[in-house]
Design a protein around this ligand. Structure first.
Ligand SMILES: [Zn+2]
Ligand SMILES: [Zn+2]
Length: 263
């Protein structure tokens, strides 16, 4: 295998997922070979947030985000907040997420999703952590709610799925854009149009693994080692070299998440 010379950051991975339980060491070494030198492991409820923090404590190049996904909003209990706050006090935690609204699946009732989303935006603001937003079929609603929390240190829409108009609004507010495997899907001309207009320094690379693998691996489990396929597609869409895509997005993400470099 050719060892990549790129240095890229996977800003959104679910390494705690059961699909990685059997071969996480292999997944991590393939990530390093592909040039992924930082991974942010993102929680979706208290249990997975704990797992994310444990992984970050075990591997110095992995960081964690903690939070409750809109799918899991209905399962929140008073002790969830104490547990997450305690986790967030660990230095390996660099963001609060993923949080937001998912009006596509509505696994939790929309009112509950909003309540839990607002609660977490408040806590993140209090703790001074940037937030990782999950927005599925809820662009307008999400933007409306975020208006009430102007003091957040940073906002990234992970797996951005809005159109050019929504992107313009996010840009104007200083938000960032997580771009992953969906950019490589033949039918996703809308996202390629958005990426064409975005400044590279507002884009973060992400896999959202084990979900959303790039085109060559569709139907399979995604993993951080596939991230160069996203770099190549951004490079093609924007007409800049993969090295520029890697360098610019890495610098932007390291600054946003305040990643301490201890290489
Ligand atoms: Zn998500
Ligand atoms: Zn995710």
């Amino acid at each position: 295998m050719v060892v990549s010379t790129l240095e890229i950051i996977d800003t959104h991975a679910h390494l705690d997922d059961a699909k990685f339980a059997g071969d996480l060491d292999g997944v991590l070494s393939r990530a390093r070979e592909a040039g992924v030198f930082r991974i942010i492991c993102v929680g979706s409820d208290l249990t997975s947030s704990r797992h994310a923090v444990a992984l970050a404590q075990e591997h110095e190049w992995i960081y964690a985000a903690v939070g409750v996904h809109p799918h899991d909003a209905a399962g929140v209990q008073p002790r969830t907040w104490d547990g997450l706050r305690l986790l967030a006090s660990q230095e390996r935690v660099v963001a609060w997420g993923e949080i937001g609204l998912d009006l596509h699946y509505n696994f939790s009732p929309p009112e509950k999703q909003e309540e839990v989303f607002r609660r977490q935006l408040e806590i993140a603001g209090e703790l001074g952590l940037p937030v990782i937003i999950h927005d599925r079929d809820a662009h307008r609603e999400t933007l409306e709610i975020l208006k009430d929390y102007p003091g957040l240190p940073g906002v990234v829409f992970h797996c951005f799925s809005g159109d050019a108009g929504i992107a313009e609004e996010c840009l104007a507010r200083g938000y960032y854009f997580g771009i992953g495997g969906t950019l490589t899907y033949p039918k996703n001309g809308k996202l390629r149009e958005v990426v064409r207009m975005l400044p590279l320094e507002r884009i973060f690379l992400e896999t959202d693994c084990p979900y959303l693998p790039p085109q060559p691996w569709r139907g399979k489990r995604n993993e951080p080692g596939y991230l160069p396929a996203v770099v190549d597609e951004i490079s093609r869409v924007k007409g800049v070299s993969p090295e520029v895509v890697a360098g610019t997005t890495t610098m932007a993400a390291a600054r946003f998440f305040r990643l301490v470099d201890h290489r």
